[in-house]
Ligand binder design. Sequence first.
Ligand code: MN
Length: 735
Amino acid sequence: MKIDLEAEKKEILKRYRKLLRLAKKSINDLDKKQIRKAFDVALEAHKEMRRKSGEPYIYHPIAVAQIVAEEIGLGTVSIVSALLHDTVEDTEITLEDIDNMFGPKVCLIIDGLTKISGVIDHSDPNYSIQAENFRKMMLSLSDDVRVILVKLADRLHNMRTMEFMPRNKQLKISYETLFIYAPLAHRLGLNSIKTELENLAFQYTEEDLFNEITDKLKEGQKRLTRFINKFSLPIINKLTDKGFDFEIDGRHKSPYSIARKMKDKNVPFEEVYDIFAIRIILKSTPESEKGDCWNTYSIITDMYTPRPDRLRDWISTPKANGYEALHTTVMGPEGRWVEVQIRTQRMHEIGERGLAAHWKYKSTGDDHDSRVDEWIGKIRSLLDSPQNQAIDFIDDIKLNLFSDEIFVFTPAGELKNLPSGATALDFAYDIHSKIGDACIGAKVNHKLVPLNYKIRSGEQLEVLTSKKQRPKPEWLNIVTTAKAKNGIKNGIRRERKLIAKEGKSKYFKIVEALNENNPKLLDELVRHFDLSDAGEFFVRVAEKNIEKGAIKNYLAQREKHKKQAEEKVSTPRKSEITAKSFGKKDVLVLGEDKDQFDYKISPCCNPIPGDEVFGFVTVVDGIKIHKTNCPNAMHLQANFAYRTIKAVWEDKSKSSFLTGLRFTGTDDFGLVSKITNIISEVSELKIKSIKFDADHGVFEGRIMLYVQDTIQLTELSEKLKVVKGIHDIKRIHTN
Ligand code: MN
């Protein structure tokens, strides 16, 4: 077949002009220019492309834009986005181009549309979970609900024109539609689109059942019309009498919902067939619409007996998706139940086209896009609001939880759901703990990112691993999921076990060489080195923190150590008591030497630990502490600079400083061990070095040690003073 390019060109322009006509209500001249520009860009970008049907590709974006304008009722931004929706994914055009030509709003929408083009395989056993995740991803990803609306229009047009697709694609797209897009349309109140999507998908997935139902519906059409007339006539008379302006029509459920009902209730077509609804659409004004609906209800229930349990008042409390109407079921002629839906023209449009129709009635402004923005804001709040628990929305409530979640893809296209704040490392552990343990980074959109990279919805991540990688304790700070945390802890534990095993054999070699192999020794050593268990001890041995020499030293003074350990257990150490009774974590240190002096907190600014402060030496009241930004501070520092003193808060639990004591005395047997015993009683002291020099009965000792404050040092020297043989103790001033 030869393609008539001239005729095609004409047809393209014809379709474009139809789009403009449809959009007309909501656009001005400037908008028109934007739409023309988008049309030109899309036409040029897709010019070599054809659809499966052989038609020019541009027919598709034009049709999507028409759906957006006509069936959803959106404005210029959405129409422009619809025209351009396939350009970034399928042509040379980049997001930057879109941004430059059409601005950030359109760019954001196209970006969103490109991201959610991911695919899910319906033969996957986890398909329904994946579909649910995908839906949630779309909602969380889209800062702009227009992304979803354009996507729905895109899907609707694809479903309408799927006959040239290969069978497997038809099936895949249909399942996706049923699981993802129809529920989304429902969620957004786009009922006519939802129904059409369902029926199209039904037609492809269960062709036989679809044909059976539609044939039977056609057969029964005459009978239905007769019944509806019989039912409606008295209503029409009465409503006309009362001066109502209205339309009335009767309809079956859609083939898809009939099929679902047949399956859910396991009943034949004939039983479902009998259920149908009469719709009464009233022309009314905003002030009287509620009254008009209830008056109509009253007229109908005067004629036909209602089932009291089937009254639904969606007017006083509209459904979360904006649906408003009165529903009732009454006993009609021939003993058949008939559902009657009463609504006004406004409610009807909202019911069919979603909340976009809302603004046609509500707003008087002529800026259509800002009205849509308002609507989008409303949808978002509807989606976010937890109290939208209208009865038949229970299945959708889950969607309200999406805001804390992130949805990302594996390289194979599998969707993963993680809490917000999750990192690349969380993602790696989510795939498998082995992947997490070996993770060295990830690739996001072909870019290398570190382990702590915070992932974002819509991204596709590829985890990079290395055989040499080992889980590390600091990883615990960069993950948020329990799965990752447990994975890391288990990994570390496994690693330590390996190291401990190595240390264990090393230890036994040492003790065998020393001829001291007995289980009691191991217990003693664990206690002596203040470790939690033997595993910990073996790790130290493997890492050479504890070596043969240390064990030998212990053995040399084994009896003494044992006695000490027993004492330690029986009486709480004094330093523990002091630490408890003081309980103050932050201490103030003063001067260049960071010494502790007595001070008072100045009441004028009342500094607390953590504040920037300085000390001021008063004449009668000692040192007073002010904040550096205290109103008095400037005056004091300017006039009495020589009386100010540097002051810093220090975390008592962390800080310790090196200091030393020098003492002299007469050499006495056992003096050295007496001294070390005393030092070990002050548990918070850490000894750096001890040195004793004896010369003809006179000795000099130097102890260098880390203390947390001068109180500790004073406490220690007080204790040492009473030791027999020590004559003089002096502090050694370091640095
Ligand atoms: Mn498309």
